[in-house]
Design a binder for this molecule. Structure first.
Ligand SMILES: *Cc1c(COP(=O)(O)O)cnc(C)c1O
Length: 375
């Protein structure tokens, strides 16, 4: 075998001609001094609608802002209680605190690694939240999405979906970003649809919500020097939008290559003490991450073998939200069944990125298999 290592992620696998086309586009934007707003941003919002089947979309500066703005956009205010999963990226927690609301962390399922409808219902009844943020992690959709949307609606809980990792995913055939009442995403460069810098977007089936978000993103402006709301500066940049517009032309091929890698691991790493998670058949994943679960006591030694063979890995995420040093001061409660904590010690992510080759996946599998045959 001709390779001697595989990174956890690399961003350098572009299609032929992508670099030249992007740099030419940057030149045009520069020459026209189109730095913020303009045709690339308008085009991006249209393309995102097309691709996600969303009714309304607004771009913004990053995925964390997108959550904050969505929270404010649906009317979340000081001291409102908001449920969030105990297993997510910290930005979900931060966004709630940054709008002066109070997060309640709710445990996830050990089987699906996401919220399950029973625990969600229990939390709704116990904490009577004003809103909840359903997070779709790992490039999957939460398998209980439809049930959770229904429970939220029946109980008057506003549901926001943090889809920072779920671009291109479906549950029961429905695009998550397109069918959510309000969803957000991140175009951080390492996400499946990454930009050339920070960027994000908000999606909604409700035009009024998007109009409010559009105002919040731009200093609460009602005209250039009239301000109807206290907002933010969270506008999306033109270079990032150009890069995203070009990336959207190739997104299907990029996602296919990732899904193929996840499948390769599933098929070639069977019968080992580590289990590559599979999504249920009603969920269509985008191949963002390969997720393996392994006994926490066996994870450390395997990581040592991966390191020795130059195989990159991730542990997404290595700690529950409620266990973070900054968390307790802000939490208004929690449901903790120990699952998020367990998952944080048991998850291992293998290399996965756009256009990862079969040779690279094979190398990773050989290192993993060799580790277990020696241990
Ligand atoms: C990446 C991510 C975010 C934050 O997005 P940024 O663009 O980095 O601000 C929020 N939530 C989840 C689940 C993420 O993965």
């Amino acid at each position: 075998m001709s390779i001697n290592g595989v990174p956890f992620i690399t961003l350098n696998r572009f299609e032929n001609g992508f670099r030249e086309e992007f740099l030419a586009g940057v030149e045009t934007l520069f020459d026209n001094t189109q730095f913020i707003g303009g045709p690339q941003v308008a085009k991006l919002e249209e393309k995102l609608k097309e691709k996600t089947e969303a009714k309304h979309v607004v771009g913004c500066a990053n995925g964390t802002d997108a959550i904050q703005i969505a929270l404010r956009g649906v009317g979340i205010d000081k001291d409102d209680v908001v449920l969030i999963p105990d297993m997510t990226f910290w930005a979900t927690f931060e966004a709630v605190v940054n709008v002066n609301a109070k997060p309640v962390t709710v445990d996830v399922s050990r089987e699906t690694l996401h919220w399950d409808k029973e625990t969600f219902k229990e939390a709704v009844e116990k904490f009577k939240p004003k809103a909840a943020i359903l997070v779709h992690l790992y490039g999957w959709g939460c398998p209980d999405t439809m049930e959770i949307r229904k429970i939220a609606e029946d109980n008057g809980v506003i549901l926001i979906e943090d889809g920072a990792q779920c671009f291109g995913t479906k549950v029961h055939g429905e695009s998550l970003l397109g069918s959510a009442k309000v969803a957000t995403t991140s175009f951080y460069p390492a996400k499946v649809l990454g930009a050339s810098g920070d960027a994000g977007a908000i999606f909604s089936t409700d035009e009024q919500i998007i109009n409010t978000c559009r105002t919040l993103i731009n200093h609460g402006r009602t005209s250039h020097y009239s301000h109807g709301l206290i907002g933010w500066n969270s506008r999306i940049g033109a270079y990032e939008s150009l890069f995203l517009n070009m990336s959207l032309e190739h997104i299907d091929a990029r996602l296919d290559s990732r899904r193929k890698a996840v499948k390769y691991y599933q098929e070639n790493l069977q019968g080992l003490p580590l289990k590559i998670q599979e999504v249920p058949s009603h969920v269509e994943e985008n191949g963002y991450c390969s997720v393996a679960l392994i006994d926490p006591d066996l994870r450390g030694p395997l990581i040592e073998s991966l390191k020795a063979a130059n195989v990159g890995f991730g542990t997404i995420y290595p700690g529950a939200m409620s266990k973070q040093e900054a968390a307790p001061k802000y939490m208004a409660g929690s449901i903790d069944n120990g699952n998020a904590d367990y998952i944080s010690k048991a998850v291992l992510n293998l290399p996965c990125y756009a256009y990862i080759t079969e040779e690279e996946c094979e190398y990773v599998c050989q290192v993993v298999k060799k580790h277990f045959s020696n241990s």
